[in-house]
Ligand binder design. Structure first.
Ligand code: GLU
Ligand code: ZN
Length: 322
């Protein structure tokens, strides 16, 4: 089977070097056989101008997408999550019919107060307050006056998967709790949209930031409950940190790809640098993604975050010594 990966930017800001590195690695692992998916379901945070900018950035870095290689920047509808809401809703409904999803009227505060459990990647663990409490969304709303969210009723055996960098992981449902499938503001959750898309789009390998390691268990659980296939391979890669030791974020405007481009950085330098910082090549040298395909090897990938220093930026922007 030909591997199929994906590049899945969230257009809530400009892409930065950290995003670019994850995309480059995902692209190299799949030898360019990737789908592009714009993850813009969080409507309050996403803007079309950021989608446009993300496409420009990926073209600049020559991360051409298999699907849209011949087209201009027009994206097929199925590449844009916000145009697939009905599809996600249909899957929510089948989960609800099977008793695998239930309405939840808890506020953030209710959950904070009820939960003494440790916080995980998505915040406090939901204590299950609304499990079995409401017949349906109408019942929930009539009794509380609140529009409910929908949660995944997560029980049963642990989810076991293999991460190419971290080895075997066993995640017991109770450690993460019932997570949100559909938000109170009537939008699908990230977990549902990605779980459905990875399965329906036939994605075989997922490479993304290490912050999403535990979400893999949630997404596999959704896929199982829906009787859908899961990607066969997973790799959760380290971050690039800024000089303050913080994960690079969209607030670091100066380190956005657009800003680097405008400051005169050369795309081949950026890709070569990213490949070096990830452990794929011994010294930083300008190279295109295509030229780097042969260098990719999961075993070479660094397990540590990379701290970006001024000297690195000097090399990227002016070719000065590091
Ligand atoms: N859209 C997510 C992000 O930009 C990535 C999601 C994923 O790879 O599953 O952080
Ligand atoms: Zn609840």
């Amino acid at each position: 089977m030909t591997p199929l990966g994906r590049l899945a930017p969230t257009p809530s800001g400009m892409l930065h070097l950290g995003n670019a590195r994850s995309f480059l690695l995902a692209w190299l692992w799949a030898r360019g056989n990737v789908l592009l998916r714009i993850e813009d379901i969080d409507k309050p945070r996403c803007k079309p101008e950021f989608t446009k900018a993300a496409l420009q950035d990926m073209n600049w870095l020559a991360l051409q997408r298999a699907r849209t290689r011949s087209a201009n920047d027009g994206l097929p509808d199925d590449a844009i999550q916000s145009s697939r809401t009905d599809l996600y809703r249909k899957h929510l409904e089948s989960l609800a019919q099977q008793g695998q999803a239930y309405p939840c009227t808890c506020t953030r505060r209710d959950i904070d107060e009820a939960s003494s459990a440790p916080h995980f990647d998505e915040g406090p663990i939901y204590p299950g307050t609304c499990r079995g409490k409401w017949r349906d969304a109408m019942h929930a709303k009539a009794n509380t006056g609140r529009e409910p969210a929908w949660r995944f009723l997560w029980q049963g055996p642990p989810v076991v998967f293999h991460d190419e960098l971290r080895g075997h992981l066993t995640v017991d449902p109770s450690t993460l709790g019932d997570f949100v499938l559909w938000r109170r503001d009537d939008l699908p959750s990230y977990q549902l949209a990605v779980g459905v898309d990875d399965a329906l789009q036939g994605i075989t390998q997922v490479l993304r930031g290490r912050d999403l390691l535990l979400s893999t268990a949630r997404q596999i659980a959704i896929q199982r409950a829906l009787g859908l296939p899961s990607p066969a391979q997973w790799a959760h890669v380290p971050f690039i940190q800024d000089a303050m030791g913080r994960r690079m974020a969209k607030r670091d405007g100066d380190l956005s790809l657009k800003s680097l481009r405008e400051q005169g950085a050369d795309a081949r330098r950026v890709t070569g640098f990213l490949a070096w910082s990830a452990g794929l090549i011994d010294k930083p040298e300008p190279a295109t993604a295509n030229e780097l395909v042969g260098e990719f090897n999961l075993r070479k990938l660094s397990r540590e975050d990379f701290v970006l220093r001024d000297r690195h930026l000097g090399w990227l922007l002016h070719g000065s010594a590091m």
